[in-house]
Design a binder for this molecule. Structure first.
Ligand code: SAH
Length: 216
């Protein structure tokens, strides 16, 4: 089956699994996942499963990404902080839905290859930082201090305070928190200046590396 047809089937499966946000479904129809996986995994690009990428990392499972994007209730004007650029696939989906995406990745090689694919795909609303996502967005350009939405696609041992500081008023952050192998997806909102945390389901992400605790 052609990739395009496989993509349509994947989106039908996402609908059956309960994804009903049209902006999210349209983004999945627009982004060719085969461009973000390693060449040897292209034939598996539309299976609903995570796949290996370089440096022992993974491109997340489509349904997990869809659930997270739907929970974020992203608007066309939102500025989104994406922690864990990885392959750049989720970044592309975010760039389809949001106004602007700022994406942080600690592994230089991954960031550079994602930047290349995303540039070739024509995205002009994504900015990149190579560094520790625990500290959020720390670049002079664009000089954002807070974000309507923050999405972390790696599992944290605890909630990084500096990321919470960057949630805008009325904003939402999604972050998997827990042990190395499995975590609980946390939904963190800033409502009337208060931080409100709720827990969603279990999930399994590669670890969010904490450079500070490693160098201690
Ligand atoms: N959203 C990605 C998923 C990548 S997996 C995609 O669609 O492909 C998670 C990514 O988080 C990995 O690339 C990993 O290197 C990165 N990561 C782990 N700890 C990090 C940290 N402290 N700061 C920034 N990126 C981190």
């Amino acid at each position: 089956m052609r990739y395009e047809d496989q993509r349509q089937v994947m989106v039908k499966e996402l609908k059956l699994a309960g994804i009903n946000d049209n902006a999210v479904l349209d983004a999945f129809l627009a982004v060719p996942r085969e461009d973000y996986v390693l060449p040897e995994y292209r034939d598996y690009a539309y299976r609903n499963q995570p796949l290996p990428i370089l440096h022992n990392q993974t491109i997340s499972q489509p349904l997990m990404i869809a659930i997270m994007l739907q929970l974020l209730e992203i608007k066309k004007t939102d500025i989104v902080l994406d922690i864990g650029t990885g392959s750049g696939y989720q970044c592309a989906l975010l760039a389809e839905i949001a106004g602007e995406v700022c994406s942080v990745e600690r592994i230089e090689g991954l960031s550079l290859s994602a930047q290349k694919v995303l540039r070739q795909a024509g995205y002009r609303n994504i900015y990149f930082r190579i560094g520790d996502g625990n500290t959020g967005w720390q670049k002079a350009y664009p000089a954002h201090k807070s974000f309507q939405k923050i999405i972390v696609s790696a599992g944290a041992e605890s909630i990084p305070e500096r990321l919470v500081d960057q949630i805008a008023e009325g904003g939402i952050m999604l972050i998997p928190v827990g042990a190395t192998s499995s975590q609980i997806l946390h939904i963190i909102r800033r409502i009337n200046s208060e931080i409100v945390i709720t827990k969603s389901g279990a999930c399994s992400f590669v670890p969010l590396v904490n450079e500070e605790s490693m160098s201690r």
